[in-house]
Write a protein that binds this ligand. Sequence first.
Ligand code: FES
Ligand code: FES
Length: 167
Amino acid sequence: MEEITVNGKVFKVSESDLKMSLIDYLRDRLDLTGTKNGCNIGVCGACTVLIDGNSKRSCVVPMIKAVGKKIVTIEGMEAEDGSLHPIQQAFIDAGAIQCGFCTPGMVLSAQSLLLKNKTPSREQIKKALAGNLCRCTGYQQIIDAVEIAAELIGKEESTTTSKGGGL
Ligand code: FES
Ligand code: FES
C-alpha cells in the first residue's frame, strides 16, 4: 500500500484515497482544514502546502502524485510545544491577517521561500507570493511580515549557533 507523510506522520493511502486531490485528502480524510479551498482550480493559492519543501497548490495535485512525498500543512508549522512558527508570529506582529482565509497559503509560500533564501529582498518576496491572492490586506503588511520573519529566523539561528558554539 502507498504511503504519504503529512506533518511528520506517515499515513497509508487506500485505492479510493488515490482518486482524490491532495486538498480533499488533507481536509476530508485527515481533517486538516487549515488548508483552505478558495477556487479549486489552481488560481488563488489558498490551498498552498509544502511538498518536499516546495510550495504547491494542493487543489491541483492528484494524490497519485503526492504519495511517497513529505507534505507540510499549516498545522505542521507550529513547534512541538505549540508555540507559533516565526512566520506565523511575524504575520500577527505585522498586522498581515484580516479575514485570515489566505493566511495559511501565504505562510507556506513564505516558508518555501525562506527555506531556500534566508535573506530575500522585497522583490523576491513579492515574486514568491505572487500566486497567493489576498482580498483584504493590500499585500504590503504581508511582505513586511515575511521580512520580519526572515529577521526572526536569522536571530534564532544565530542564538542557536552561538549557544552551541562553545560546547
Ligand atoms: S484553492 Fe487551490 S489555488 Fe485556489
Ligand atoms: S486576509 Fe483576507 S484574504 Fe487575505
